[in-house]
Design a protein around this ligand. Structure first.
Ligand code: NAP
Length: 291
């Protein structure tokens, strides 16, 4: 635990998820495990983190009225439900934070196009929660997360089987990040006051899908190529594989990348106090966790 950090209790929602767990892990390094509380819809999935775990389902404001007792700062991880439902879920946490006298709320939002593709309703719901957080009267910090690199790497076996990465992003650039990088940035944003009232794009280098394939080949010794297909063809393929909601969302994400929505300037260094690691380094870090 660092000596210059004032005594504060920080709670992290969705602590059973991968992002929440990464933030908890990095927070423990800064303020010590006795000052960190994990909040989880399914508490037993977060027990391994070694901190106090309290119950918190975003659909249940009463859970958060209890879970946020004695908490100074709360990290709100964005939910997974349909966009309209997410806004209501996030408000349950914000209102409970106000009721409990929480000082500061940090929200994990997302980079992306607010209009013109099938992912936009999700981006809009994140923007609405950003506004709700800013209007809450509490201190606030907002991180707009880039796309996580890990799901692509977890999908590697399929890419290898197919010999290609195929989607509709064409030559669009995407600024990927990782949950590990985000965990460190959020731990700083939670504990350092200089980030208050800032909105940060938490992303790494901007790369094309061809570069992604080439970086994967270098790190994982594969032979992938990148092939671009039309938005229409990709949406049809993904909805057949994943169902209407998820397939449309995934196609919308790559359509956004094609149109430049994920090619944003990074504020990661302002948040974390060091530059974001490269895509190759993120891949190597992921590979080490798999070995
Ligand atoms: N930037 C990106 O590329 C990207 C990609 C995917 C998602 N996201 C967003 O980032 C968030 C965190 O991602 P992740 O990697 O940590 O996802 P993850 O590992 O799949 O974890 C999702 C978490 O959300 C929790 N959750 C779902 N519904 C909830 C509810 N009603 N109340 C409370 N908690 C609930 C889950 O709790 P249980 O353990 O109870 O299921 C779990 O802890 C996601 O929720 C999503 O909004 C971003």
């Amino acid at each position: 635990m660092q000596k210059d950090i004032p005594h504060i209790v920080i709670a992290v929602t969705s602590a059973s998820g991968k992002l929440g767990a990464s933030i908890v892990k990095h927070l423990i390094h800064i303020i010590g495990k006795d000052n960190v509380i994990g909040i989880a819809r399914t508490p037993e999935r977060a027990k391994h983190l070694g901190v106090e775990i309290r119950k918190g389902d975003y659909n249940n404001r009463e859970d958060f009225n209890e879970a946020l007792k004695g908490v100074n700062v709360v990290l709100l991880v964005s939910g997974m439900d349909q966009p309209d439902q997410r806004i209501i879920q996030h408000r349950n946490v914000i209102e409970a934070a106000k009721k409990n006298g929480v000082d500061k709320i940090v929200y994990t939002s997302i980079v992306g196009a607010e209009e013109n593709n099938a992912f936009s309703p999700i981006v809009q719901s994140n923007r609405q929660t950003e506004k709700d957080v800013q209007d809450s009267g509490l201190e606030w910090v907002i991180g707009r997360n880039g796309i996580y690199i890990e799901p692509d790497l977890e999908y590697l076996d399929t890419y290898v089987k197919e010999g290609e990465i195929r989607n509709c992003a064409a030559d669009g650039k995407c600024t990927y990040t990782s949950r590990e990088e985000l965990g460190e940035a959020y731990a700083k944003m939670l504990t350092e006051e200089k980030h208050n009232k800032r909105v940060y794009n938490l992303v790494g280098d901007a790369i094309t899908q061809s570069q992604l394939a080439s970086d994967i080949n270098q790190v994982f010794n594969t032979n992938l190529v990148y092939n671009s297909v039309s938005v229409k063809a990709y949406r049809a393929e993904r909805t057949a594989a994943l169902g209407d909601f998820m397939g449309t969302v995934i196609a919308g994400i790559y359509e956004g990348i094609k149109n430049g929505a994920n090619d944003v300037t990074s504020d990661f260094e302002k948040a974390a106090g060091r530059p974001h690691i490269s895509t190759i380094e993120m891949m190597k870090t992921f590979k080490r966790t798999q070995d």
